[in-house]
Design a protein around this ligand. Structure first.
Ligand SMILES: [Zn+2]
Ligand SMILES: [Zn+2]
Length: 325
């Protein structure tokens, strides 16, 4: 039996349709991963700096490679700030687009990284996120990683991207407007309230730490979707404190390990939300990281309606993810 579900934190809808999972070929098989140490054709591998635009920054390491993370402008940017902010940013395609190379190792994924290297990556994300927010004329920052070709990655080497925009994207604005309406009605942040309910119920909870809850969301749009939600109300990732950033590194690794174990290492997107906190939305906005596996393909219905169809119940996914390690 199918079920309509609305996300209490952003107003988005999903249809949980378990019978759809019984269709032949529902869900995608995981791609087989080829292991390569250094790829001579990969611009993100050490020694191939000549293939890269000028490096913006690096986190140094004491080993022979000399760096843990590296930030470069995107060679094929969606938007550009090369000429500085113009008078009309929207007319000129103004913005900023950079790549964060997450490790010098060509074949390493985030769960493979030593804990201190993962912590250095979280610090790089945070530093670059704050720097992008401070760029002139910028109103939102999208930080994300596409892992696997099915999720939009064009390079096999582990990396994330940051796109800074001179506008708040409509999808973000409408989620924040929804959250602000809920805050007005209930005099409380919808995500904080939802988190309390999830922690108490436990059925969709995957892991609980001092700083974060890892959970399968009530209205998940995708099988095995997980959210990392800070337990302390903060509107934006830029406001995550040192303790939270340190706690985030192992939890994100845990979430990705659980996903690989429960769902066979699917391609997936990791996105930081909301990416913008327009005026007067601080009390309603509550940042989170969403891990969305590429296990279903949106069809015409999803494109027209904006309603996701998920063939697996989040409660069943949460149980499998809990038991996965
Ligand atoms: Zn590489
Ligand atoms: Zn909150």
């Amino acid at each position: 039996m199918s079920e309509f579900r609305q996300d209490a934190t952003n107003g988005r809808w999903a249809i949980i349709a378990p019978d759809r999972g019984k269709r032949p070929h529902a869900g995608k098989a995981a791609g087989k991963r080829e292991r390569v140490d250094v790829d001579p054709a990969c611009p993100f591998c050490p020694g191939n700096e000549g293939m890269l635009p000028p490096i913006i920054e690096e986190t140094p390491s004491a080993d022979a490679v000399g760096w843990l993370t590296r930030v470069v402008p995107n060679k094929y940017p969606i938007l550009s700030d090369a000429d500085g902010p113009p008078t009309d940013p929207l007319a000129s395609g103004y913005g900023h687009h950079e790549v964060i190379v997450e490790t010098p190792q060509h074949d390493a994924d985030l769960p493979d990284l030593p804990e201190q290297d993962m912590a250095a990556l979280v610090e790089t994300w945070h530093r670059r996120y704050c720097a992008a927010l401070a760029l002139p004329g910028i109103r939102s920052v999208q930080l994300f990683r596409n892992h696997g070709r099915g999720a939009g990655a064009s390079q096999g080497h582990s990396h994330s991207q940051l796109v800074a925009l001179p506008l708040v994207p409509p999808r973000v604005a409408s989620a924040l407007a929804w959250a602000s309406g809920r805050h007005e009605d209930q005099q409380a942040c919808a995500t904080c309230a939802e988190l309390d309910r999830e922690v108490e119920a436990g059925t969709r909870l995957v892991e609980l730490t001092q700083c974060f809850a890892l959970l399968a969301p009530f209205a998940a749009g995708s099988p095995f979707e997980q959210w990392i939600v800070p337990r302390c109300h903060r509107p934006c990732f830029s406001q995550a404190d040192a303790q939270e950033r340190a706690a985030l590194a192992p939890l994100l690794q845990s979430a990705l390990r659980r996903l690989a174990s429960a769902a066979g290492a699917p391609a997936c997107n990791v996105v930081f939300e909301p990416g913008a906190v327009p005026d007067n939305t601080e009390r309603a906005a509550h940042w989170s990281i969403r891990i969305v596996p590429d296990l279903t393909t949106p069809g015409g219905f999803e494109l027209i309606s904006g309603i996701s169809v998920n063939p697996l119940r989040p409660e069943d996914c949460a149980r499998q993810l809990r038991e996965a390690l």
